[in-house]
Design a protein around this ligand. Structure first.
Ligand SMILES: Nc1ncnc2c1ncn2[C@@H]1O[C@H](COP(=O)(O)OP(=O)(O)OP(=O)(O)O)[C@@H](O)[C@H]1O
Length: 314
């Protein structure tokens, strides 16, 4: 899909990105993370040529990026940023339809796409399509920003701190939506974030930057189980590595289906959808070492034991 070969970028005396190699495959959800100033945004902006690299080569869908005109390239790539950047004098509908119109889609197709995206992002079209950006909350504006980035059916979705300015509750709701959209659409996503829990929740792969270099690149569990060095452990939160690992697993995978709770004296049932970290919390709150499990419909789904959390698999 997109490949960086020994790519560097300098701003005067500053080396923002220093000879990185990175290959992002179709359908991946890659999160770029690292301390402030480590080169994440520069790397992302080189993908849609908001910034051009000054050494190395970037190949997109088999073609050298330098041979692709930036305007045409950006119509093939969705881009969502923290400040959203909606056009203030355009309705939500017109904002979301920007790229499809530029691509020359017929009006009915643009309209249908906008309606579908509003629904996907849980903004009721009859309520929101005709509103202007200043008639929306911050979270709703972010949703419109994500819908606009997805509107032209991009080959790749680039996101720079898309949920940065949101309160923690709205942020988690939007993370869940983005995860669902990624699973449904299979769109390749590259996202920059500062939030390690957001990265662990969303990423199929995490790329950790330090001083313009990639220090580690792998699946979330791989980073947590085998951090490459002390910097990686510290960045992931050394004291909480175990808890973060638990957050990657779900009760569904550990429940003993053949066991059954006798009655409510065996504890308050927990949902099979909970993470193992949430289950740990439930064990502590209820003061028990086994808990009944129920599925999304509330039906009996077995029992989970405290000891099952210690299983090294996630
Ligand atoms: N347009 C620019 N002009 C000069 N220096 C720049 C420019 N853009 C980035 N830099 C420098 O390049 C380095 C990498 O910046 P970049 O924005 O890629 O980091 P980042 O990891 O995204 O940081 P943050 O998390 O703070 O957004 C920093 O030292 C930054 O000051």
């Amino acid at each position: 899909m997109i490949e960086f070969q020994q790519v560097s970028k300098h701003f005067g005396d500053t080396t923002a990105v220093d000879g990185i190699d990175l290959h992002i495959g179709k359908g991946e959800f890659v999160v770029l993370i690292g301390p402030s100033g480590s080169g994440k945004s520069t790397t992302l902006r080189m993908m849609n040529r908001l910034i051009d690299c000054d050494a190395g080569r970037i190949v997109f869908q088999g073609q050298d990026l330098q041979t692709l005109p930036p305007q045409a390239l950006r119509l093939r790539m969705g881009y969502a940023i923290q400040s959203v950047g909606l056009f203030p004098h355009w309705t939500v509908e017109k904002n979301i339809g920007t790229v499809p119109r530029l691509l020359g889609w017929p009006a009915e197709r643009v309209h249908a796409r906008v309606q579908a995206l509003l629904t996907l992002l849980q903004l009721e079209p009859s309520q929101f399509a005709k509103r202007f950006p200043d008639e929306l909350s911050g979270g709703q504006q972010q949703r419109v920003g994500v819908a606009r980035a997805l509107a032209g059916e991009p080959e790749i979705l680039l996101m720079d701190e898309p949920f940065g300015a949101l309160d923690p509750v709205t942020r988690i709701v939007l993370q869940r939506e983005l995860k669902r959209i990624h699973q449904l659409s299979g769109t390749t996503v590259v996202m920059v974030t500062h939030d390690i829990d957001e990265a662990l929740f969303l990423a199929s792969r995490i790329v950790l930057f330090q001083d313009g270099h990639i220090v580690q690149d792998g699946a979330p569990l791989e980073l947590l189980a085998r951090p490459a060095n002390d910097f990686v452990s510290d960045f992931l939160g050394r004291a909480e590595l175990g808890l973060k690992r638990l957050a990657l697993g779900s009760v569904r995978d550990r429940a003993r289906r053949s066991e059954r709770a006798r009655d409510s004296s065996d504890g308050q049932p927990i949902s099979a959808d909970l993470t193992l970290r949430e289950a740990l919390s439930a064990f502590i709150v209820q003061g028990r070492t086994t808990l009944p499990v129920v599925d999304a419909q509330g039906a009996d789904a077995g029992v989970v034991h405290f000891a099952d959390l210690l299983d090294a698999r996630a």
